[in-house]
Write a protein that binds this ligand. Structure first.
Ligand SMILES: C[S@@+](CC[C@H](N)C(=O)[O-])C[C@H]1O[C@@H](n2cnc3c(N)ncnc32)[C@H](O)[C@@H]1O
Length: 493
């Protein structure tokens, strides 16, 4: 087994991707032999045309030129490319910018805000022009007085303490907040009106009701003021949509900006949402202490305006195709209704490879998007420190037991659709099992040989370099990980 793994790692072709300013390029001079395509222009991706909506683990930024070139080689006229695990949508965006019709899909709902926006789904010509006026309306939107009032005094107190950097008093203030995780087991003795209401309405929409983000995540992931401002904007966006004052595309545009802000201001280690930094650690290191103030002092409205400006710039350039589709389904759901899919000639697959569930790392964006009061998960009679919701989506790709059969289903779909399959794979080169992969590279190749025997197959591994002031340096990746692209290409028709 180990031999097979090592053989593949060393025998696969090596591809160099060069980063030069905003350009990501395949180093064509070195890699020429690997490509059937003869047009070097196709191998450059201008990243200034791509919007990264959120800090997304495993997002495929640097490999974009190779994913694009191999997809272009395999795609057939008048068919779609299906980005089955689209995540942050950056790969779908590149496909769209290069004239391909894309179906973007991901099991997590919030990712559909990104693909709906950045693939121009139901976008009207006038949608961008109207945005400044919409921003004006959002700025003046107010939560109901009875919903914002209980937070007002606390916000004044918080502002004072943030200005004087009185960390201990701030932590005391946060400790005293009567939030959902603290009142879960108080039952009849909970005297706090908002959390009482919320606990009776779990699973119901928070639109027009008690602010969700402030009652669940203020003081941990966000400041009290930031959380309430996120609630205000989330409600405002919904109200404008329900009153038909914004289009569906604008609705997704604004949600994308809001999710972008939540990722910029969140006080966590990696700007994902797996766990807020523990309160007892904030005072322990200078770095965490500094980060605490940097993050807490970010103004949500100003960040929202910045996001909107950046997203407008990209959207001005990406209005390419009006045939794209965005789904928010599991792969399993897509497979179960595969007869309804439009013609697809390439499936691009970038599933998770470790036991880490994306629904755990991104539970807060999912809740901001769905905006329904979540039932908090309880472990050993306590809510979790990450404040995770119950019933998070569990991917089969994140289980050693189920990953092979999940891949098998993916290959069967490619077989049924006669489509090529382009797979991103990330291997762990270390023996450390902490981040071990649920499936090995050779097992994927074996599945290809079984289900797509008529396809040609290639395994490419990458090397990243950047060029600055006439010098070219190697980009050191996480030393234990190595990225691959596995291509099963149908014979040309
Ligand atoms: C490595 S990430 C994709 C990153 C993406 N290519 C990008 O550049 O941002 C894997 C994605 O697979 C999604 N996922 C996991 N299991 C899934 C399933 N069974 N069906 C659909 N999506 C799934 C996760 O929600 C996650 O967004």
């Amino acid at each position: 087994m180990t031999l097979k793994k090592l053989d593949l790692l060393s025998e696969s072709q090596s591809v160099t991707i060069l980063e030069e300013g905003d350009q990501l390029k395949l180093d064509y001079s070195r890699n020429q032999s690997i490509y059937a395509l003869q047009t070097p222009l196709k191998f450059a991706v201008d990243v200034s045309n791509i919007y990264k909506p959120i800090q997304y683990l495993g997002a495929k930024h640097r490999p974009l030129p190779i994913i694009l070139s191999k997809t272009l080689e395999a795609v057939q006229p008048d068919t779609y490319v299906l980005d089955m695990f689209s995540g942050s949508s950056v790969v779908s965006q590149v496909f769209n910018l290069n004239g391909l019709d894309v179906i973007s899909n991901d099991a997590l709902h919030f990712n559909s805000a990104f693909s709906n926006t950045l693939l121009n789904i139901e976008r009207k010509v006038e949608d961008l022009q109207a945005l400044p006026q919409i921003m004006g309306k959002l700025k003046s939107f107010k939560l109901k007085k009875e919903h914002s009032k209980p937070f007002e005094e606390k916000i004044i107190e918080e502002k004072k303490l943030l200005a004087t950097k009185d960390t201990r008093e701030l932590l005391n203030l946060y400790f005293s907040l009567p939030q959902i995780n603290k009142v879960l087991f108080l039952n009849g003795s909970n005297t706090h009106q908002q959390t009482k209401y919320i606990l009776k309405n779990i699973g119901q929409t928070a639109v027009g009701n008690c602010p969700l983000i402030a009652n669940y995540y203020a003081g941990s992931y966000f400041s009290i003021e930031q959380a309430l401002e996120l609630d205000r904007l989330r409600n405002g966006i919904d109200e404008l949509f329900v009153k038909k004052e914004i289009s569906k595309w604008q609705f997704h545009f604004l949600l994308t900006c809001l999710l972008n802000v939540s990722s910029k201001i969140v006080y966590t280690a990696g700007k994902h949402f797996a766990q807020p930094i523990k309160q007892e650690n904030i005072l322990k290191t200078q770095v965490l202490h500094k980060r605490f103030y940097d993050d807490r002092l970010k103004n949500v409205w100003l960040e929202f305006l910045k996001s909107s400006e950046a997203l407008t710039l990209v959207s001005e350039k990406n209005d390419k195709s009006r045939k794209n589709l965005a789904y928010s389904k599991t792969m399993e759901d897509i497979i179960s209704s595969s007869s309804k899919l439009p013609p697809i000639s390439v499936i691009y697959a970038d599933p998770p490879y470790t036991a880490q569930q994306y629904s755990r790392y991104y539970h807060i964006p999912e809740i901001i998007f769905d905006y329904k009061y979540p039932q908090l998960q309880v472990v050993d009679n306590n809510p979790t420190s990450g404040l995770y919701p119950d019933n998070k989506f569990k991917s089969r790709f994140c289980s050693k037991r189920d990953a092979i059969s999940a891949f098998e289903d993916l290959f069967k779909l490619a077989q049924e659709l006669d489509s090529s399959l382009v797979i991103s794979y990330s291997a762990s080169l270390s023996e450390d099992t902490g981040n071990s992969r649920m499936i090995e590279l050779y097992q994927i190749i074996d599945l290809g040989n079984k289900y797509l025997p008529i396809c040609s197959s290639e395994v490419l591994k990458f090397d990243f370099q950047y060029r600055q002031l006439n010098t070219t340096k190697k980009i050191v990746q996480t030393k234990d990980d190595k990225e691959f692209l596995i291509v099963f290409k149908q014979p040309s028709k």
